[in-house]
Structures are given as structure tokens and as C-alpha cells.
Design a protein around this ligand. Structure first.
Ligand SMILES: [Zn+2]
Ligand SMILES: [Zn+2]
Length: 92
């Protein structure tokens, strides 16, 4: 995980690799699925990024839910959830 890099830069950008002949870092906006916690970028085409999590219709590629995306921010608790995925806080 290169999450620390994103935190350092102050932005939550996808650090996956774009596919399709262009080997460059994606740096797209990152979203989190409220249904399953899947986190990654959204791409117009399927399998366009190594860390893609959502299709163009915001369908989660992991659980199939549509419209359950949440914009990933640098919110402290959310960041902790990423760093400690096994400790899923359900305090509320
Ligand atoms: Zn990406
Ligand atoms: Zn999902």
C-alpha cells in the first residue's frame, strides 16, 4: 500500500497503473464503496486501471452495488480505516 504517499501529498489520488499501453500512474479521484469498503478510482472503461474500483456508472466492481460510492477524503477516521482494514469501526 502506498497510502502514506497520498497522505503526505495531502490528496487522495489513485496510485494504480493505467492499462492499455500507457504505463503511467492513474492519479484519479479515489472513492470508497459504502457497501463493501472497496476503495479505488472510477474509470470510463472496465479494467482501465490496476486499482479501479468503480465503473463509469459508479457500480462497485467488487460487490456490484451502484451509487454507493463515497469520495475518499483525508478525514482522520477514514484514513485509519484504510490503514487498519481489520478494525472496522461501527461506533455509530
Ligand atoms: Zn486508478
Ligand atoms: Zn462494493
Amino acid at each position: 500500500m502506498d497510502t502514506y504517499e497520498n497522505i503526505k501529498t495531502g490528496m487522495v489520488l489513485c496510485d494504480g497503473e493505467r492499462k492499455g499501453g500507457y504505463a503511467f500512474t492513474c492519479r484519479g479521484q479515489v472513492y470508497t464503496c459504502k457497501g463493501c469498503g472497496n476503495t479505488g478510482c472510477r474509470q470510463a472503461k472496465e479494467d482501465a486501471c490496476s486499482k479501479q474500483a468503480f465503473s463509469v456508472t459508479f457500480q462497485c466492481l467488487s460487490c456490484g452495488a451502484i451509487g454507493q460510492q463515497e469520495t475518499a477524503t483525508l478525514d482522520y477516521t477514514q484514513t485509519q480505516a484504510w490503514l487498519n482494514p481489520s478494525e472496522d469501526a461501527h461506533a455509530g
